[in-house]
Design a protein around this ligand. Structure first.
Ligand SMILES: Nc1ncnc2c1ncn2[C@@H]1O[C@H](COP(=O)(O)O)[C@@H](OP(=O)(O)O)[C@H]1O
Ligand SMILES: [Mg+2]
Ligand SMILES: [Mg+2]
Ligand SMILES: [Mg+2]
Length: 351
């Protein structure tokens, strides 16, 4: 079997990261283990609702992005009114649905928005959030600017191995979002330090496979909602709320796409390998992988670090990783794992 080799390059505004895939025969599902799926029905419904609402807000902003909508964070990475609006919306919806037991670990905070001169942008975010709630006919409330800032800051939980914590990346792939390309709203639930539920809303991802020739045909609708609950498999449905829920399975041309849309694409067999080898010293955050990880594993895939260990989401905001992340199917994993170790060793001995 030949592997079309792959490489992950650091995110850049000009070019999405390389998501290099190869074609493989579908996996046979031979596992005879009986998994009793715990019910997370209410959590799943709320997560799908929150992510879909946030996706609509992001689509609206992406269509008419203003220069003033984009800010630069301390680490020089971009953040937009849509990142903040999406986080405020998801945080607000989840808090309404689970008022007694609410903890959220999310990427953004309101620090920069509260600085002098931030008022105008906060008002713009507040309007976006209120318009989204109104057009969805949800909750019958109008949030003040302070409500919106508080909703954003409710994402300041540290997570950990005890109890339940929601994990949110309000826009994963902000650089892709700014380019008009792929991005995802990635929401997951940790229970006892394990990811038990994940939802990935990918507003620009075609409903049919990325490797299909018809990718650019006008009939290929975009907007996918992937979701998975532990032990229950992975599903995809159109983001616009129309029916046609499809159960997915990992099976097997190189594609470049931003964000956790890569995990979604892999879960439906658009490709078979996603390797992420960030530069030394970069610390991966849980919101960049939690939802994507369960969407892939419930579709029959495997997600490990470069040492072959499962990702540990119980240590707070950061993933404590050996070198990088490998996402593939069970057949390819041993081969890929050996190749990755070999290449890391070669690199180390050449230094
Ligand atoms: N130097 C780096 N190496 C690896 N990942 C990085 C990085 N700088 C930022 N990221 C993360 O990569 C995410 C985007 O993933 P991808 O590169 O697969 O599109 C970003 O998420 P945000 O866009 O949510 O900030 C950010 O958290
Ligand atoms: Mg991210
Ligand atoms: Mg983000
Ligand atoms: Mg970011």
């Amino acid at each position: 079997m030949s592997i079309n080799w792959l490489r992950f390059v650091s995110p850049s505004l000009k070019k999405p990261p390389l998501f290099h895939l190869c074609h493989l025969p579908p996996l046979s599902s031979s596992s005879s283990a009986v998994v009793v799926a715990m019910s997370y029905d209410k959590e799943l419904a709320a997560a799908k609702k929150a992510a879909s609402l946030a996706a609509r807000l992001c689509q609206k902003v992406q269509k008419a992005l203003l220069q003033s909508d984009v800010q630069s964070k301390n680490d020089k990475s971009p953040v937009t009114v849509a990142d903040y609006g999406s986080q405020a919306l998801v945080s607000f919806v989840l808090q309404q649905e689970f008022p007694d037991n609410f903890s959220l670990v999310a990427e953004e905070d309101s620090k920069d928005l509260r600085k002098d001169g931030g008022q105008e942008i906060v008002e713009r975010i507040t309007k976006l959030v209120n318009d989204s709630l109104t057009s969805a006919g949800s909750y019958n409330v109008t949030l003040s600017t302070e409500d919106v800032l508080k909703a954003i800051d409710n994402g300041r939980s540290e997570g950990g191995s005890q109890g339940r914590h929601w994990v949110l990346d309000p826009i994963d792939g902000t650089k892709g979002f700014l380019r008009g390309d792929q991005y995802a709203i990635a929401l997951a639930l940790l229970d006892g330090g394990k990811v038990v539920l994940g939802v990935l809303a990918c507003p620009n991802l075609p409903l049919t496979s990325l490797s299909d020739a018809g990718q650019h045909s006008p009939n290929n609708k975009v907007g996918c909602l992937f979701f998975a609950v532990v032990g229950g498999g992975t599903y995809m449905q159109p983001l616009d709320g129309s029916s046609a829920v499809k159960k997915l399975g990992v099976k097997a041309p190189p594609v470049r796409i931003d964000s956790q849309a890569k995990y979604g694409a892999l879960s439906r067999g658009d490709g078979a390998i996603y390797l992420r080898l960030p530069h030394k010293g970069y610390r991966e955050k849980i919101w960049d992988h939690a939802a994507g990880c369960i969407v892939v594993t419930e579709a029959g895939g495997v997600v490990t670090d470069a040492a072959g260990q499962p990702l540990d989401f119980s240590k707070g905001k950061y993933l404590d990783l050996d070198t990088g992340i490998i996402v593939t199917n069970q057949k390819l994993m041993p081969l890929l794992f050996n190749a990755v170790r070999k290449s890391i060793q070669e690199k180390a001995s050449s230094l």
